[in-house]
Every structure is written in C-alpha cells, then in structure tokens.
Design a protein around this ligand. Sequence first.
Ligand SMILES: Cc1cc2nc3c(=O)[nH]c(=O)nc-3n(C[C@H](O)[C@H](O)[C@H](O)COP(=O)(O)OP(=O)(O)OC[C@H]3O[C@@H](n4cnc5c(N)ncnc54)[C@H](O)[C@@H]3O)c2cc1C
Length: 431
Amino acid sequence: MKKCLIIGGGIAGLTSAAYLSKAGIQVEIIESSPKLGGRAYSFKDNITGTVIDNGQHILMGCYIETLKFIKMIKAEDNLIYQKKLCINFLKPQFQIFQLKSIRLFYPLNLILGLLRYNAIKFSERIKILSLLIKIPFYSVKKLQNLSVNDWLIKEKQSEDIRKAFWDIIAVGTLNCNTKDASSVYFLHILKKIFFSGHSSAKIILPAYGLTETFCNHAEKFIIDYDGTISFSENIISLKSNNDTITELVSSKRNISDFDYVISSVPIVELVKFFPGILKLKEILNFSSIVSVHIWLNDNNLEKTFFALIGSKVHWIFNHGSHLTIVISDANELINMSSDKIFSFVINEIEFYTPLKKETVKHYKVIKEKRATFIPSNSIQNERPDSKTRFKNFYLAGDWINTGLPSTIESAVLSGKIAAYEIISSSNRELF
Ligand SMILES: Cc1cc2nc3c(=O)[nH]c(=O)nc-3n(C[C@H](O)[C@H](O)[C@H](O)COP(=O)(O)OP(=O)(O)OC[C@H]3O[C@@H](n4cnc5c(N)ncnc54)[C@H](O)[C@@H]3O)c2cc1C
C-alpha cells in the first residue's frame, strides 16, 4: 500500500487525506497544533460554556467542492441551507432592507429580487443589473490590473451602490479593501455566485461549531480508512535527493517511510521548513478578521444574520443569547486592545440595532491576524500549482493556484487537486 504524509490538518489537508484514503492510499496527517481545522475551528468559551468559532464561517451554494467533500464525510446534516437567498441589510436605526430571491425560476428570481432591494433608489438597482447581466460574458482581459473599486467606478456604479451592494459582497468574499482586491478574482466570484445555478447564491451556515461541523467527521472518515493523525508535531525541515523528497524532520522524529508528501500549510509556514521551494516574486500579503462574541441578557433580534451598510462592522450573526460580530478587512484594528475593539463594536451595534450595551453579560474578542491572503492583481500569476519540481511532493492550501480567493472552497479544491495528482500518478482511479 502506498503511503502519503500530509503536513497540516486544516481543511486542505483533511480534504487531501479523505480523497486519498478513499482511493486506497494510506495517509498520515502531521499537525503542529493539538487540534484539526487550522483557521476554521471552534472551542468552548470558559466563562459561558458556549462552543464558539474562531470566526463565523459562511459557505454558499456555489461552494461545489466543499459541499461534495462535506457529503463524502457524511457531515451534510451539520449545515443549515437557506431555502432561497435572503440577506437582511441594515442601515442605522434598525432600518432593514431585504435582498431576497422571489418565487420564480432562476435567474428571474434573483433579478426581480434585486429590483425590489430598496436600500438604494430604483435607478441604482437598474445600474447593478446592467453590470450583472454583463458578468457571464465579461472578458478578463478588460480587467487586467484594475482593482475592484476601479472596475466598479469604470462601470458607473455610484458610491451609494458600491456601499449598499458591491462592497458588502466584495469585502465578504475577498476579505479586503476593494482598492486592494483584484477585479479578476471578483469577477470570478460573481460568476460563481450569480451564474452557476439556482442554488449558487444561497447562504449556508454551519449548524454547530466548526470543529463539530467539519473536523470531527473528517477525522472519523480518515481513521475509518486506517489513516493516522499525529497532533502537536511540527515539521521542521525536509531533505531531498535530486527530484525526490527523502526525509521529513519533525519536532518528534525523522520520517522516511513514505511514497508521497503533501504540504497543506500556509505559505509563510512552508517557507520556514522548506526555504527555496517557491520562486514567488511577491510573498502574499494578509488581511485580518476580528470577531467579537457578545452574550446578552436580552436579545430581541429575530433574523439569523445581518449585513451592515456603511459600517466597519460588517456582519452580525444571531445565535439567540449570543451574537457573533464580524469585522472583515480588519488590519486597522488588529493591534487595538480587546476593550477598545469591544467599545467600538458595541457603539456600532447600538447605532444600527435596538440592542443596548447594558444588556451585555460577557464578550470575547478573537483576532485572526493572517486570516486570508489579499487577492491582489500582483499575485494572480504567482500562485503555484500543486505539482512541484519534486516528483513526490505536492502543495495544497487555500493560497495555491485554484483561481479562488482565500476561502474554504479554495482550501477544499486545493486538497482535492493534490490528492488527484497523487492518485493519477499512482495510476489509481479517482472516486
Ligand atoms: C476568522 C476567519 C473567518 C473566515 N471566514 C470564512 C468564510 O466565511 N468563508 C470561507 O470560505 N472562508 C473563510 N475563512 C478562510 C478559511 O478559514 C481558510 O481559507 C481555510 O480554512 C484555509 O484552510 P487551509 O487548510 O488552506 O489552511 P489552514 O487552515 O491554515 O491549515 C494549515 C494547517 O497546517 C498546520 N501547520 C502549519 N505549519 C505546520 C508545520 N510546520 N507542521 C505541521 N503542521 C503545520 C496549521 O496548524 C494548520 O492546522 C475565514 C478565515 C478566518 C481566519
């Protein structure tokens, strides 16, 4: 039986491990931390006993590879699927504007839903539509080197339209300022969300903590196929011989009994244990996400989640007595104290919703400094493929060349590609 070592037990590593296991290749995951999930995990808050995520994760109907993976590891019941697209946008003083698809066939359900989105004037909704209907035919060549912001201005999307519609989609999907984000990635995302089927724009939320939703099921799947997972073991260096990786040196041992190796760690970790593997002109830059979990004595919000128009606080997720507030593109806040972040957030919450600071029982701020890489124009052609110059060494991770921004979908796709390369090189059938 062939054996593959997988460095890193985030979503990309778990996906590679699951596909390889299913194809009859023995896997061993080596994970430096004591838990699986990488940048997507949950844990118990000591004070309240609530299981919380390191940051709310949203999936969408267009996450085709993620949904296939979730089905494969039998975790599809752990997701809450919207019956139809519905997003509650908020302006100050709790003015709610729904963007909701209506009971008609696709794509008319989305078009008419958009025409009813009255956070902006009717003439502005028509402008959104006039750009949206060009998207499937839009040539990438026309976009070279334009940021999302430049592109939207070129397409005559006013500031009001950008604030109440495009910026929310862009910051939510790309997690960075629209001036830094590449319009090519945004175009790609828009095609996936609005033009890949009637379910593609729907929002999907994990029903439980991320660890329970993804990791526990993936772990069981891998172990059922006789795979192994080694925790709290850090890969320190790799040894090679011409075109082959011959040995992995970890914090615990030297390992040489393998046929293949996949690295699924972020680029900054990869270059630590394997300097020189990549010829990236530009190392990726990163964008932060700050999440503020707030527990309340009294919460009269009824909707599951809200997107805030014109605020630096982007999303409110309502779990009843507990809210998760998400600030994307948060590099400006990342070095602020938790107290200051909370006070900024609660002021915004009071301004946008009927909730009052006095009802807060407890809060917890979680800062993810390197949450996602910035999908800029300059890195578009720099992201490496899964195959490397070593015949038994492959790359995975949301940052490799998947064409997608830094998301779970990119991580899953990268993991599947790496597995596929190995399976096809060992002449095995995929699936
Ligand atoms: C707060 C937050 C919110 C997010 N929201 C969303 C969202 O709503 N929707 C969405 O699609 N995406 C979202 N993302 C992005 C998503 O979480 C990531 O794209 C995805 O989890 C990346 O997975 P990965 O496997 O590529 O990398 P990682 O999750 O970084 O996994 C890499 C793993 O490798 C391990 N490792 C590192 N170095 C070593 C070493 N030397 N030896 C052994 N192991 C090592 C790490 O411990 C880690 O477990 C969010 C991210 C964050 C942080």
